[in-house]
Design a protein. Structure first.
Length: 273
């Protein structure tokens, strides 16, 4: 059994925030088969006990995650060697679908996922970061879509996610050159939402999570669902989705708590569901 993995802990008022930590610092938090299994287990636990916000980070100051573990002692790598020798697409596609299945299970949770990029985010680590809803970067952190330097390409869902964030021209620049993007440029390009104080990416991400967690949980989830879906829709369809979602939310009555508090000049207290 591996002595590393993905750790999950709850914090904040009524455990409304979950912190997911990629915990393999001696290997720059790279993912092998055991790590993907551990991430899936964390996502399953989150599904069973859904917080209001998730913060994803890496353990240690050096790396958020350097992506996929390409060392031959990773069973996922050794299993591909024969397939590559035979030009057999099947095992390659199976592995990529497995990775996407695990990543999707986390990032498709119906709650905000905030990524605290505490160090380097390379390859799959960069992809995992851009698949989250928001990103806070340490000033020394670096994002690099490094796959093409290995004769590979993004396959954790990061290509489409990055293109949605920055547009096809910038995505092509970052993916095809595999160049390093420092925090200031990431902020300018719209990849990073904020740059933290040194060593404080996790703290700032948790602060954002705490702010979000005080808002109406149904309102947050409803707004987030439209934010996530709208980029893949026509404008009219997106407008229709917003109207339908907002009407369902309003009719659900959560707004009574918020409006009552507003009129009484008090902070709202939205109940957990």
């Amino acid at each position: 059994m591996a002595d590393y993995g993905v750790r999950l802990e709850y914090s904040g008022e009524n455990d409304r925030i979950a912190i997911v930590t990629i915990d393999r610092p001696e290997k720059k938090n790279v993912f092998d088969e055991a790590m993907f299994n551990s991430l899936e287990e964390a996502a399953e636990r989150l599904e069973g006990r859904l917080p209001r916000v998730v913060v994803l980070t890496g353990r240690g100051e050096g790396a958020f995650s350097a992506g996929f573990d390409v060392n031959p002692d990773n069973p996922q790598v050794s299993g591909l060697i024969d397939a590559v020798t035979k030009n057999d697409i099947g095992p390659c596609e199976t592995l990529m679908l497995r990775i996407k299945e695990v990543v999707n299970r986390l990032v498709f949770l119906p709650i905000p996922i905030i990524c605290a990029i505490n160090g380097i985010a390379y390859g799959g680590g960069a992809e995992l970061a851009v698949r989250c809803d928001m990103r806070v970067m340490d000033p020394k952190a670096v994002i690099c879509f490094s796959e093409v330097k290995l004769g590979l390409m993004p396959d954790w869902g990061g290509g489409p996610a990055l293109t949605r964030l920055v547009g096809p021209a910038v995505a092509a620049d970052l993916i095809l050159t595999a160049r390093r993007v420092k925090a200031e440029e990431a902020l300018r390009l719209g990849i990073a939402n904020r740059i933290s104080e040194g060593g404080s990416a996790l703290k700032e991400a948790v602060d954002i999570a705490e702010t979000i967690s005080k808002n109406g949980p149904r309102a947050v989830r409803s707004a987030l669902s439209v934010i996530r879906e709208a980029p893949g829709m026509s404008l009219n369809d997106a407008l229709d989705l917003e109207t339908k979602t907002a009407a369902e939310l309003t009719a659900g009555g959560e707004c009574v708590h918020g409006i009552t508090a507003f009129l009484a000049k008090k902070e709202p207290e939205f109940p957990d569901e």
